[in-house]
Design a protein around this ligand. Structure first.
Ligand code: GDP
Ligand code: MG
Length: 448
């Protein structure tokens, strides 16, 4: 790592870095700095938590001359609103001794207020693509002065979901501009797209895409079903002091809500949740509460897996196996940031085994397996998704037969008894959830 004193920074930036107690550049920062300064198009790949934000901000801010023109000159595009907020904060930290005007624009907030803010002029805009485009269409914002475009998390941004929006924005940007792209992962397909869109940018890589950080200790458990996963999670979280700040990733909003209610039952108010059905205020507050330790456990969908930098997350638990192996890299990368140690645990069912194997293939390593602790109750209660669709397969007639009184009926009753806890418990959380939704539902999210 290069000592800060050897880097050709401005005094203002150097002082800001000193205030942050950063006295060296990280490898990706060191490598990117001269290339970005030279004005070339750049794609930078480095693992999660290795300081990619400053890798593009430092050279950009070094070059940015004072101006009071209204139209922004630097545009940073990111996939999530939370990331907008975070990067705006990072810019503010770095420009503490400069008069740089930075503004974050993102959906889920009042567009009129944002239009007014934009109208007052900004040097740097950090934005999600949708809201940015709306502001341009409503003529609140002009992009004709943009000379540097940064696309953070470029692989997800150029993936299908965002590509169309980005294309619209590209058409509004001056052709002569510097394109700067960063990510921790890169798929071949996106790499090809970059070659198409950006005329062979210089590649800067610190590690091959898919190289996990060595400071993240990985492990996994083979678990039969959802309810056994919840039992295992509760067991782990109750077990030791070690689980200080735990981020639990789960595939979809519905399961996230179910898991949240379960954990809230176990751990009370020290559990938070974030997903895209929550209001923006609620989402930001969930992150803030988790960041400052008000909550200890945060249940999240992949919406926050990208880019978020929350200090000292001790564990990332993958309650399920993400569909795309790159997402695993981004999920686990929320821990082990800035060279700290972190741990991650993956729960997988037999059905998810192939996905786990794709992740292992991407990383070129086997995730160490742990034995299910004997205390963890193996639940036979299946969720609606897990249950086989007997009705459609066999028709009602046959089902009715098996429920007739007789030996088989009693056997069934015995079996139910054993799993009764799960059943009753599930009903309890379902009913509680209904109440809870009323009380703390999305729309009622506290404003701060
Ligand atoms: P990314 O995942 O690679 O984009 O990482 P971020 O840019 O979000 O940075 C991860 C963390 O490292 C943040 O908390 C930064 O403030 C911190 N960081 C950035 N530069 C340095 C540095 O030079 N030294 C140290 N110790 N931390 C840094
Ligand atoms: Mg980042």
């Amino acid at each position: 790592m290069q000592a800060l004193s050897e880097v050709n920074l401005s005094t203002q930036l150097r002082n800001a870095m000193n205030d942050l107690a950063f006295d060296k550049l990280t490898p990706i920062q060191e490598k990117s700095y001269p290339v970005i300064l030279s004005g070339e198009d750049v794609v930078g790949i480095a693992q999660t938590g290795t300081g990619k934000t400053f890798a593009y901000l430092l050279p950009i801010l070094k070059e940015l001359k004072f101006s009071n023109q209204v139209n922004p000159r630097v545009l940073v595009l990111v996939p999530t609103r939370e990331l907008v907020v975070q990067i705006v904060e990072q810019v503010k930290l770095l420009t503490k001794y400069m008069s740089t005007r930075v503004l974050g624009v993102y959906g889920g907030t009042n567009i009129k207020t944002q239009a007014q803010e934009v109208g007052q002029g900004a040097d740097i805009i950090i934005a999600t693509p949708g809201r940015l485009y709306d502001l341009v269409l409503s003529r609140a914002l002009q992009l004709k002065a943009i000379s540097k475009l940064v696309i953070d998390e470029v692989d997800v941004m150029l993936d299908l979901g965002f590509r169309f929006q980005l294309k619209n924005i590209f058409e509004l940007l001056p052709a002569r501009r510097q394109n700067i792209m960063f990510s921790a992962t890169m798929t071949n397909e996106v790499d090809l797209l970059i070659q198409d869109y950006f005329d062979a940018p210089t590649q800067i890589s610190i590690a091959v895409s898919g190289t996990p950080l060595e400071n993240i200790e990985q492990s996994c458990y083979s678990v039969v079903n959802f309810n056994t996963k919840t039992n295992l999670l509760a067991h782990l979280l109750h077990g030791t002091e070690e689980y200080e700040k735990v981020l639990v990733f789960i595939a979809n909003k519905k399961s996230a809500d179910v898991l949240f209610e379960f954990l809230e039952n176990e751990f009370g108010s020290r559990v938070g949740i974030i997903h895209s059905n929550k209001t923006q205020n609620y989402r930001l507050r969930s992150i803030e509460d988790f960041e400052n330790g008000t909550t200890r456990i945060l249940v999240a969908t992949d919406v926050i897996a990208r880019g978020l930098d929350i200090e000292a997350i001790s564990h990332v638990i993958n309650f399920d196996v993400p569909q795309y192996p790159e997402n695993y890299m981004h999920r686990i990368g929320r821990t082990g940031r800035a060279e700290q140690a972190g741990k991650t645990i993956l729960f997988y069912t037999e059905k998810e085994l192939t996905r786990k194997e794709s992740i292992e293939a991407l990383m070129e390593l086997q995730i160490p397996m742990m034995d299910l602790p004997a205390e963890v109750e193996i639940s036979a209660v299946l969720t609606a998704e897990e249950r086989p669709h007997i009705k459609e397969k066999y028709g009602n007639h046959k089902l009715a037969q098996t429920s007739e009184p007789g030996t088989s009926f009693h056997e069934k009753k015995e079996k139910n008894k054993r799993t009764n806890l799960g059943g009753a418990y599930k009903r309890e959380i379902t009913s509680k959830y209904k109440k809870a939704q009323h009380k703390r539902g999305n729309k009622g999210g506290k404003k701060r």
